[in-house]
Unconditional design. Structure first.
Length: 255
């Protein structure tokens, strides 16, 4: 049986790690599906990620209803998480952020977000931008209902990332470690891509679809654990070791 207390503690760690890397600041959130009940998920109460503690972790259903323990006001955008878990049984963790180098790519159409470094490959080559105004008109851009969440989940489809116009992005993963890893490297990729665009008029060569698939498919436990262990050390959080297995085609000296 899964250790729910450890899962919640890792969720606290995820909040701290994302804050350390400036993917979130006082706003933004990360969740994980409840492995004992896949129709529920865990998410902190509405609190700055760097302040989240294990007592803040709340259980929700897909409609954003609190199940059991109610430590405080929930995030108004919890519907992002519930709607994605509802639409995507393969997703085990979700991050919503306002990552500062990513946001510029949400508001223009000519220079697309593309992966340009191997570590950033899992963001994918096909990254849509969800515009809340297309269906819901003039709003404050926050995803505050199930209908809004489901529309965002539909835009995301079977991808890893969707940008959100004038707002930020949503990132999904098959594990908490994976979604944190992808979110951090998407911010790094966006910063590098902005610099590449500033170099001049030369063409930018993003990773090919084949390179994206090769890197994404090979990112197994060893890569994720290497990052997670380091980030736990940087944030002073406990490290609970998981599987350090190799991805296909990679040795212990790779990456």
């Amino acid at each position: 049986m899964p250790d729910i207390s450890q899962i919640k503690d890792d969720l606290v760690t995820a909040n701290r790690v994302l804050a350390y890397h400036h993917v979130v600041d006082s706003f933004g959130h990360v969740s994980i599906r409840n492995p004992e009940n896949p129709k529920h998920f865990f998410l902190s109460r509405a609190r700055a990620p760097n302040c989240v503690e294990i007592g803040d972790i709340t259980e929700f259903d897909f409609q954003g209803k609190i199940i059991g323990h109610e430590p405080g006001k929930p995030y108004s955008e919890r519907f992002i998480h519930g709607s994605i878990y509802e639409a995507r049984p393969d997703v085990m963790a979700v991050v919503h952020n306002h990552s500062p180098n990513v946001v510029p790519f949400t508001v223009q159409s000519k220079k697309k977000m593309k992966p340009i470094m191997h570590m950033c490959a899992p963001i994918g080559s096909d990254i849509p931008t969800w515009d809340i105004s297309h269906k819901f008109g003039v709003t404050n851009l926050l995803v505050t209902s199930v209908d809004m969440g489901r529309d965002l989940a539909q835009c995301l489809g079977n991808r890893t990332v969707s940008l959100m116009r004038g707002h930020g992005s949503v990132v999904v993963g098959k594990s908490l470690r994976e979604v944190v890893f992808t979110s951090i490297y998407m911010e790094i990729n966006a910063e590098m891509l902005l610099k590449a665009y500033q170099l001049g008029d030369g063409d930018i060569t993003p990773l090919s679809d084949g390179e994206v698939a090769a890197n994404s498919g090979a990112r197994a436990g060893f890569t994720l654990e290497r990052g997670w262990e380091n980030w736990c050390r940087l944030t002073g959080r406990p490290y609970y070791a998981q599987d350090w297995n190799m991805g296909p085609g990679f040795s212990k000296t790779d990456k």
